[in-house]
Each structure stands twice: as C-alpha cells, then as structure tokens.
Design a protein around this ligand. Structure first.
Ligand code: COA
Length: 478
C-alpha cells in the first residue's frame, strides 16, 4: 500500500514537473512585448559598488514640467535610470525661463530639478511628433507626467493606447487632487499645502495660516511618486504588466501632515497637553490648532534666541527638553533645583509650565552662539538643532563631502550648486550630472534609442515635429 502511494506520488511529481516545463515552454514561445529592449541586464561579475547603479536599464519617458514631476524623475536619474525629458520645441519646460538670474541661461529653477536627464524636443500635437512619442512608449519602461488633468489624453496618450503599444509600461502621474470634486483643478505647491492640512496647522495661534518654505506639495509628491514607480517596477518583474501610479498632491501633503490628523482625533478626548496653549490656559477649538514652534511630538521643544540674534535673523536654535536628559538641562541652565522640584521634576508636571521653562533656557542660549549651544548640548545628548541659513548650508563642507550639495559646471551659466541624492545607496553611487540644454539630445535619441535612419531624421526635421515654428514675419502677423 505504502509502495503504491509512493509510486503515485512520484508519478504526480513527474507530471507536475512536466507541466511546469510545458508552461515555461509555452511562455518562452510568446515573447513579451519589447522583449529585446527589456531583457534584464546580465548578472554582474564585478564587486558590489562597481556594478552600475540601482536603476540601470530602466528607461523613463519624462513628460514632466515645473517641480513635482521633475523632482521624481531627477531622483530616478540619480539612481541610474535613463531619463528622456520630452519638451515642447522652442519653449521647453516653462521653468527654463522662470526666475532667471543669468541672462540667456536656463534658470536655477530648471537646472536644479533636471540634472542627469537627456532632453528631446517633440511637438506632441504634430502627427509626426505623435509617431515619435509612440516609438518612445514602445522603448521605455515608465512614462511620468504632471500635466493638468486631461492634457495627456488630449495628446492621444490614453492608458489604453499606451498599453496597447507596450503592456509593460508604467504610467505615473502627479495631479493636484485625487478623484472627487476637485479632480479637474490645476494645482501649484501652496494650493496643495493648504488643501492637505499643512497650512491650517502651521504658524502661530494668533496669526493667519502659513505655508512652509519646504516644497512639501511639489517635491514631497515627487518623492511619493518615485516610490510608487519603483514599487510598480518591482511588481512588474512578477506580473510582466505595467500599471498606473497616481499621486495627488493633496494626499502627499496630508501624508506628511498625518500627526495633525492624529491630534484632530485626540481633541475628542480633551485638550492636547503638549501644545503650549494648554499651559497658557487658552481653550482648544474644534480643529487642530496652529502650534507655533511646539515640537508636535512627545518631547516638548521650541526655537530659542542665541548670541547675536539682534543682528542675525538665523541666530536661533531648536531646543528639545527630552525627558531622559532633563537633569543635564537643569544643570546647564543653572537650575539644578528643578531636578527635584515637584513642579518640574516629571514630564507631566512640566507641561503647563513650558513657556517659563523655555524662557529660562533662552536666558542661557542667548549667552552662546547656536554652534556653541550645539557643541555643549550634544556632549550631554541633549537634542538641539541650529537654525541654518541657506548661505550656511551652501558653504557646509560636510554636505559637500557626502554629495548632498554638489557643484556642477554648466556650458551657459557656469558652475552652480544643486542638491544631490539625499537617499544614499551603498552599491549605487548617485549619478549627478548637469541639466541638459533644450533639445540637446534630440538627434542622439532619434537615432540611437529609436533607431531612425539618416533619411528619416532628415524628414522629421523638415516636418516641424521637433522644431519650433518659425516666428511669423511682421507682414504675416499683420
Ligand atoms: N508639445 C505640444 N504641446 C505640449 C507639449 C509638447 N511637447 N508639452 C505640453 N504641451 C501642452 C499640453 O498638451 C497642454 O495643452 P492642452 O491644454 O491644450 O491640452 C499644455 O501644453 C499645457 O499643459 P498644462 O499642464 O495645462 O500646463 P499649465 O502651465 O497650464 O499648468 C500646472 C501647469 C502645473 C498648474 C498643471 O500642469 C497641473 O495642474 N499639473 C498637475 C499638478 C502639478 O503637478 N502641479 C505642480 C506643478 S509643480
């Protein structure tokens, strides 16, 4: 009986093996779309760290403009993706000419968001331009765009059309809002900061809502989109299929402001003791209030003046009264008695007295520069943060050493600073190169990526699909 069972098991194992082989064979017979260009690179024989970059072999059709989309594709380029930026002939990304500091040169707005990419000019509304775009769709892995809602579809690039040409393509979009009442709206950074809950919770209680300088709506959403793309690329290795990735700027900002939605729910159960308004006896309203420079976490903090604050707008430090180092703080600021005083010894007792505590700490910080406070406090493990100006950041040696701030040369504007990859991968050193000139790589991409012949390139050039229409003469315009 046992022998019969064993034989049956062996038979079914063999059948399973055979059918698995059959599946493999069947799959092998039907090559995936774009099989040649999407064959994964061979396993490298080089040691780790010398075997290329994380996203080598990934081709991005970059249809982004302004900030949110370009942030995303620049990060992917830093990680090794071949990013082909499609721009309108003669004009390009609108930011090339915005906030210009050097006459005739691409603005820093553009150069700092479009490094390490190639630029091709294509008029996406020209029939020949659409043909070129279709070829790019077939060749690329990801299309990234952040046009106003509906603009991509008006170019004929619907998801159905793209997937018919290339079922492996991932189509990644930034929009202002997700599906709902505002889905058709155009959105810029500060609209998203306001709609995502950041502005209503930023600023001082007795002042208006404030937007922050960090571009959490644009660059923040670009970061979210990059993560979505990488996840979709990974899933594609199992499914063989591309998918849509959508990041709404409102959602991205809300994700970054989630602690404020946390506080909204806590309000139902009483006042929020870590907010300084609690200690000041100011009642809470129906919504999460603005909290000035309160820390927003379990460890109270505030921005305090340092030596020189009268003349230097950035002579300040963020000071956190972390509970485990309370004793060290008391000693430093000359209040050793607070270590045992029942009004100050334990964190809950301190909460209603935060204003008094920070005023006292400030009497001490005002006698030191922000860097002196940093040095002294760090010796005692007291978390503090100097308010660094952009000038100080631009000149910071350690940020240069790590490649977070990078100086690059540019043919028309000369050297400029940019932010390198803030995400450090030990086997994939960041590939930070200057931004491309408008259409700098048009010829190279048409020939080498898309395989157009000399004759075809000449035809494309004379068709007007990649060049700006000639300005009308005065007579024509009249
Ligand atoms: N060839 C021909 N036409 C092109 C082109 C090309 N290569 N590239 C773009 N265009 C066209 C588009 O097809 C569109 O035309 P259409 O409206 O006639 O269909 C037009 O240029 C402008 O696109 P649009 O996105 O509407 O630009 P805008 O300057 O009016 O609006 C935003 C800018 C940012 C407000 C808008 O793109 C948007 O809301 N984007 C989504 C949210 C977002 O990313 N915001 C943050 C930006 S940092």
């Amino acid at each position: 009986m046992a022998r019969r069972k064993k034989a049956a098991k062996a038979k079914s194992k063999a059948a399973a093996k055979k059918s698995a082989k059959k599946v493999v064979k069947l799959r092998a017979k039907k090559p995936a779309a774009n099989a040649v260009s999407h064959t994964p690179p061979r396993r490298s024989t080089k040691p780790w760290g010398e075997a290329g970059r994380a996203l080598d072999g990934v081709k991005i059709l970059d249809f982004t403009h302004v900030q949110s989309g370009p942030t995303c594709t620049q990060l992917l380029a830093y990680m090794g993706a071949d990013v082909i930026k499609v721009e309108r002939p003669g004009i390009g990304d609108i930011t090339r000419g915005q906030l210009r500091d050097v006459k005739g040169a691409d603005s820093l707005y553009f150069t700092m968001l479009n490094g390490s990419k190639r630029s091709i000019t294509i008029d996406s509304k020209h029939p020949k331009g659409r043909d070129i775009l279709d070829r790019l769709v077939k060749q690329c892995d990801v299309l990234v765009e952040n046009f106003a809602p509906g603009a991509l579809e008006r170019m004929g690039l619907t998801f159905a059309h793209i997937h018919k040409l290339n079922p492996r393509m991932i189509v990644a979009s930034v929009k202002g809002f997700g599906p709902g009442p505002y889905e058709d709206c155009k959105v810029y950074e500060n609209v998203a900061q306001c709609a995502g809950g950041a502005a209503s919770t930023t600023g001082f209680r007795d002042g208006p809502p404030l937007v922050t300088g960090a571009q959490i709506g644009d660059s923040g959403t670009g970061l979210h989109l990059a993560l979505g793309i990488v996840a979709a690329l990974y899933q594609r290795t199992r499914t063989g299929r591309g998918q849509k990735v959508l990041c709404a700027m409102q959602d991205g900002v809300l994700n970054l402001a989630r602690v404020k939605l946390r506080d909204q729910q806590r309000l139902k159960h009483g006042p929020l003791p870590e907010y300084s308004q609690y200690g000041e006896g100011v009642p809470f309203g129906a919504a999460t209030p603005r909290a000035g420079n309160d820390s927003g976490g379990g460890q109270p903090g505030w921005i305090l003046k340092c030596k020189g604050w009268e003349n230097d707008p950035d002579a300040y430090i963020y000071f956190i009264t972390q509970a485990p180092v309370w004793g060290a703080i008391c000693d430093l600021i000359g209040k050793p008695e607070w270590k045992t005083d029942p009004d100050y010894a334990a964190p809950p007792a301190r909460l209603p007295r935060l204003r008094r505590i920070f005023d006292t700490v400030e009497q001490w910080t005002k006698t030191k520069t922000k860097f002196e406070v940093m040095d002294i406090c760090n010796k005692h493990d007291i978390p503090v943060g100097p308010i660094l100006s952009m000038k100080e950041i631009a000149e910071d040696k350690s940020l240069r050493d790590t490649g977070t701030v990078v100086e690059i040369d540019h043919p028309t504007r000369g050297a400029y600073l940019t932010v390198g990859n803030p995400i450090k991968l030990s086997d994939s050193p960041a590939d930070v190169r200057r931004s491309p000139l408008l259409g700098e790589h048009t010829d190279e991409i048409l020939r080498k990526v898309l395989g157009y012949s000399d004759k075809e390139v000449a035809e494309i050039k004379s068709s007007g699909a990649i060049t700006a229409p000639d300005k009308p003469t005065k007579a024509e315009a009249a």
